[in-house]
Design a binder for this molecule. Structure first.
Ligand code: GDP
Length: 198
């Protein structure tokens, strides 16, 4: 699919207010600051489709984008999680919305999980993997900001994450990604194409 055709569709604060649960959706999730907005912008070749470095802590929304002018093909930007300064009650509320979306959204075909290559597989990341596992949904992990490491170190990080996820290798794939260098965009596009394919 031609991801640069992506357009903003709607924002929803809860699962109940999301667009009709038909067609196919691919969601992007990650710790706040993992590089999710930058990755969506790199994929869609748009500088401000997903807002980078949102002020964390204010109400966050689930943002929907259409692909190829087809509202049955959607990319979904989930709220970033794990921002330390958010009050506990807000964190729990967001955890609830996220888990509800991930567990119950019928049209969800796959989850792109973003992790800073220098800090992969946090407790929250593992919780997301758990939700995906519960419903047998595939996950594609982007190890982001790969440009921050030397080549060898980045490859090492990739191998380590792969070996830690060996028990899930049927459902989980992992790649290095750099929005800054636009490295890994093609691999990501191919993965999304596979998931969107009927
Ligand atoms: P989000 O909170 O997950 O949406 O993260 P953002 O996309 O806003 O990125 C967080 C910070 O990391 C920003 O300062 C970005 O400029 C930076 N960043 C994102 N992607 C990359 C990357 O590929 N390389 C480098 N060096 N910095 C990045």
């Amino acid at each position: 699919l031609n991801y640069p055709t992506a357009r903003f569709l709607i924002s929803a604060p809860t699962l109940a207010l999301c667009p009709e649960d038909t067609g196919a959706e691919i969601a992007f999730a990650g710790r706040s600051n993992a590089g999710k907005s930058s990755a969506i912008n790199a994929l869609t070749q748009q500088n401000s489709l997903a807002r980078t470095s949102r002020t964390p802590g204010r109400t966050q929304l689930i943002n929907f984008f259409t692909v190829a002018n087809d509202s049955a093909l959607r990319l979904v930007d989930l709220p970033g999680y794990g921002y330390a300064k958010v009050p506990e009650a807000v964190k729990l509320e967001w955890q609830h919305h996220l888990s509800e979306y991930l567990r119950e959204r019928y049209s969800l075909r796959g989850l792109v999980l973003l992790m800073d290559v220098r800090h992969p597989l946090t407790e929250f990341d593992q919780m997301m993997l758990g939700f995906a596992d519960q419903r047998n949904m595939p996950v594609h992990i982007l190890l982001t900001k790969a440009d921050k490491l030397k080549n060898g170190a980045a490859k090492n990080a990739l191998q380590q994450v792969r070996s830690r996820l060996r028990e899930w290798e049927d459902l989980v794939s992992v790649q290095l990604f750099s929005s800054l260098k636009r490295d890994g965009v093609d691999t990501l596009s191919r993965r999304l194409d596979q998931w969107f394919a009927p």
